[in-house]
Design a protein around this ligand. Structure first.
Ligand code: ADP
Ligand code: ZN
Length: 530
């Protein structure tokens, strides 16, 4: 075929398609173009990638997009992935399926088809998928969801068919779909634009293939997303991606382990203390840490050092932080402190009131994508009924975060917005639905604040007079204010423990329930009585 369209070449290069060309009569002058243009584009891409690497840790640059990528042996093992022990544990099962499919099918069980890896970018989802293939010693097929969006009509679906056909031939194997959200966005929510229809076709083809293929042959799909909430539910149904594995940001210990992995092939100076580097990098994901080590090695080499010292690592951290700050992904020291007190407030109140669920874990590591820190409470038993005092205790826990901020900083932040919403919800339900207000008595007022709540899906019920509506507001207010005072008293009385807890949390980032209770019940006698 005669190649005389430079755009075609650009397309091919942009998608990393391998191609070659031969000169035909008269096409001689094009031959050098065929090689020159890709060379120039390649150079531009390399410079960009380098620039990205100094700044923001753009590990994904240069990753192949929609094109299929096959690796007969990834060579990656679980030792290469650190700080995500829970995810590894869950994926071990997948390895076992791939290695011993008969063992599981013997009793008629069905091997899972799809596992969805959920977590922020750069936490090692792709690496984990490769490690699963590497550990099971099976080929690794990978493809990225985002590349499909730009494809011509029919190409996406054909690619998917092709992918599955090839994978079945090479089974047992892993198929990895990166950024599956680009492909599997909720259909209705997608904007009407070009590429939309094609994405839907591709998604449908994927569903067809998933339903059609036989796990007995040993093909397991892994997919990654950092936006699980946007996924089309069709993808999550049983028999599709029905297993979800959280690949979260690493805690301080996890960061230390990841740094160790990446320092393996770097010549470190004697003064290097990896623990300190881990402590200096809260919020960093694996990709950021890999970037720090690499950047430090380059910095040290540039000035002619013969080992990577602490100074180079520190400077590398600053550079990576600067890049991340631009993207608003790092917490400042002050923010971290506020969050530590906020979460300690929740935890301390939860452990001080009788009717709240026990605290399982307190953390200031941003969980998932949006929340800042979190206090995880686990119910000790399943509950269907809650008493008035139990509801008040729960409300108290929600207010604990904000009150701690008030007490310590004399100021409040926006971090408590969701807590306040939930606290208000509880108070509102107590008054309007459960008849728990003394003043209004055992009556329900579903339609308390019509104009605002009708839209939010509240049932429209009996009309409520303006006067009652005012009473409802006042009662809700009273419940919140009383609880606020109560929480303030609890936390003021235990201020020393609040401080101990927050400081420890800043240092360790995560405190488990058992340890938390030790601290709370520690040296300081006296507990809150109701
Ligand atoms: P994701 O797929 O979650 O966006 P990747 O797997 O592409 O993240 O991570 C990019 C790179 O960052 C990896 O190739 C690896 O060098 C480094 N990395 C990320 N997470 C980890 C981890 N948990 N352990 C070791 N290295 C990691
Ligand atoms: Zn909170």
């Amino acid at each position: 075929m005669k190649v005389d369209d430079p755009d075609l070449i650009k397309e091919l290069v942009a998608h990393n398609v391998k191609f070659s060309a031969t000169a035909q009569n008269g096409a001689g002058q094009y031959l050098y173009l065929v090689w020159l243009i890709p060379m120039i584009i390649f150079l531009i891409m390399m410079t960009k990638a380098r620039r990205g690497a100094t700044g923001a840790g753009l590990m994904s640059i240069g990753k192949s997009r929609a094109n299929l990528y096959i690796d007969k042996d990834t060579g990656v093992t679980f030792d290469d992935v650190a700080g995500v022990d829970e995810a590894k544990e869950e994926l071990k099962e997948v390895i076992d399926y791939l290695q011993n499919p008969q063992k599981y099918q013997r009793l008629g069980g069905k091997i899972p088809k799809g596992v969805l890896l959920v977590g922020p970018t750069g936490t090692g989802k792709t690496l984990l998928a490769k490690a699963v293939a590497g550990e099971a010693k099976v080929p690794f097929f990978s493809i990225s969801g985002s590349g499909f969006v730009e494809m011509f009509v029919g190409v996406g679906a054909a690619r998917v068919r092709d992918l599955f056909a090839q994978a079945q031939e090479k089974a047992p194997c892993i198929i990895f779909i990166d950024e599956i959200d680009a492909l599997g966005k909720v259909r209705a929510a997608a904007p009407i634009s070009g590429g939309h229809e094609e994405r839907e076709n591709t998604l449908n083809q994927l569903l067809v293939e998933m339903d059609g293929f036989d796990t007995r042959k040993g093909v397991i799909l892994l997919a990654a997303t950092n936006r699980p909430e946007t996924l089309d539910t069709a993808l999550l149904r049983p028999g599709r991606f029905d297993r979800h594995v959280l690949v979260d940001r690493p805690d301080i210990k996890g960061r230390e382990d990841i740094l160790k992995v990446h320092c393996k092939n770097v010549k470190l100076g004697k003064d290097v203390d990896i623990k300190i580097i881990a402590a200096r990098t809260p919020g960093f994901v694996g990709a950021d840490l890999a970037n720090v080590v690499n950047e430090a090695a380059l910095l040290a080499a540039r000035v002619g050092k013969d080992a990577v010292g602490m100074d180079s690592l520190e400077e590398a951290i600053n550079r990576v932080v600067a890049g991340l700050e631009k993207k608003k992904k790092v917490m400042s020291k002050k923010e971290q402190e506020i969050i530590a007190y906020h979460e300690s407030g929740h935890a301390l109140v939860a452990e001080s009131v009788p009717g709240a669920d026990k605290v399982h874990r307190v953390s200031i590591i941003p969980r998932g994508i949006s929340a800042l820190g979190y206090t995880l409470q686990l119910p000790t038993e399943d509950r269907y009924l809650l008493t008035r005092s139990e509801l008040l205790d729960r409300l108290a826990v929600f207010l604990g975060g904000r009150v701690a901020e008030e007490i310590i900083f004399n100021e409040v932040s926006t971090g408590a917005q969701n807590d306040l919403e939930r606290a208000t919800d509880i108070a509102m339900s107590m008054v309007r639905e459960y008849g728990m207000s003394e003043k209004l008595g055992p009556m329900t007022f579903q339609n308390g604040r019509k104009p605002l709540f009708v839209e939010l899906g509240y049932r429209s019920g009996r009309e409520v007079s303006d006067e009652v509506s005012k009473d409802i507001d006042n009662e809700v207010k009273k419940i919140i204010f009383d609880t606020h005072t109560r929480v303030k008293n609890i936390l003021l009385e235990k201020k020393d423990r609040l401080q101990t807890l927050a400081k420890l949390l800043m240092e360790k980032e995560v405190i488990e329930g058992v340890e938390l209770r030790k601290i709370i019940s520690g040296n300081i006698p006296g507990s809150i009585k109701e």
